[in-house]
Design a protein around this ligand. Structure first.
Ligand SMILES: [Zn+2]
Ligand SMILES: [Zn+2]
Length: 367
């Protein structure tokens, strides 16, 4: 009898349990990952609190965790050939499972895949769907034939490799989508792990001036952003943002503005005043509400491009792993907390800022 899988199962809002689930048998075209680390992000916090109920197709119970890294534990012969992987290889797992056949998958936009009968993304599939272990809050994860995997160089430790997820978002949202080029001025609104990662990615892409903003309580995040390559950090509670950026850019304003603040709607309005005519705004932070006084006329008259950033795709993750491997930036400083599987709830609460005295940026669960 193979050892059972130990997993954290979510049964409802703020309800997590540690359970044993049967280990599935591996077929020719799938595999099992031994999870070494699973990153958590703002989406994990919303999922834990039940804030995604009704927003996405979510049925309990399920094993959360959509940012896993681990080693191949067991792999079928066809899967080994297709993925070019062998037992012991370390991989990062993308959250989305593309069906491969819908119009979005066929046109390379698999983050919008609608070819499955239900949402197929790691961390969001109910345990009722065989073989149950679809999340990274577990000792083992089922690797479906459609899973998208990235081989992680052996030189990158699992707790650092797990940064592939926020950094992948930084690459796609801060560089690829807005086409950030050499010499660009980039303003990042919001100094969370994705905001800091976007600042890093913009510097890698050759941006001349990277400005990041936050609140007074974000001081530790702003300081880290400066250490990782941002040129200027602005505390918007102390300084008037738009005039300050005008001064810093000699009136030219920003080529690219990325908003990764959660819930706050003011940054969306600010972004329109921060970007130059013909510039690009990327919106990556969910607000859970409409934006009041949305300046639609300014967008028209100044020819501004507004892009909604949904998730990350393979190019972003591949580039993120390459940036991690280059070790040009001490990215491991992003990681502030590590928890055991049994402490998953504490991990989420720590990232959410619900634990007094803890200043989290990137939090990882290591089963
Ligand atoms: Zn995430
Ligand atoms: Zn599809």
């Amino acid at each position: 009898m193979p050892e059972p899988v130990v997993a954290v199962v979510q049964t409802g809002p703020r309800a997590l349990e540690l359970v044993e689930l049967p280990r599935p048998r591996v077929g020719r075209d799938d595999a099992i990952l031994r999870v070494e680390a699973c990153g958590i992000c703002g989406t994990d916090v919303e999922q834990y609190r039940g804030e995604l109920d009704g927003v996405i197709d979510l049925r309990y119970p399920l094993v959360p965790g959509h940012e896993p890294v681990g080693v191949i534990d067991e792999i079928g012969s066809d899967a080994a050939e297709r993925w070019r992987l062998a037992p012991g290889d370390r991989v990062a797992v993308e959250p989305f499972l593309p069906c491969g056949g819908c119009r979005y998958c066929l046109s390379g936009s698999y983050e919008h895949c609608n070819g499955w009968a239900q949402m197929m993304s790691y961390g969001f599939v109910p345990t009722a769907v065989a073989p149950s272990i679809w999340g990274g809050y577990a000792t083992h994860l089922y690797l479906h034939p459609k899973a998208v995997l990235h081989k992680v160089p052996a030189s990158i430790a699992p707790h650092v490799a797990v940064l592939f997820n926020p950094l992948g978002a930084g690459v796609r949202w801060g560089v690829t989508l807005p086409r950030t080029t050499l010499g660009a001025t980039v303003v990042v609104l919001g100094p969370g792990q994705r905001g800091i990662a976007a600042a890093v990615a913009a510097k890698v892409a050759g941006a001349r001036l990277v400005i990041i903003t936050g609140l007074g309580r974000d001081r530790h995040k702003l300081d880290l952003a400066l250490e990782l390559g941002a040129d200027v950090a602005i505390d918007v509670e102390l300084e008037d943002l738009v005039p300050r950026v005008r001064e810093l850019t000699g009136g030219a304003m920003a080529d690219v503005v990325l908003d990764v603040t959660a819930n706050a709607t003011r940054p969306v309005v600010d972004a329109v005043d921060l970007v130059r005519a013909g510039g690009t705004i990327v919106l990556g932070g969910l607000k859970g509400t409409e934006v009041p006084n949305f300046p639609s006329d300014k967008i028209v008259l100044r020819g501004i491009t507004v892009i909604g950033a949904r998730g990350v795709t393979a190019d972003g993750y591949r580039e993120a792993l390459s940036i991690i491997e280059q070790q040009r930036f001490p990215l491991e400083k992003l990681q502030t907390h590590t928890f055991a599987l049994a402490d998953a709830e504490l991990a989420i609460q720590t990232l959410a800022g619900e634990i007094p005295g803890e200043h989290a940026i990137n939090v990882v669960i290591q089963p």
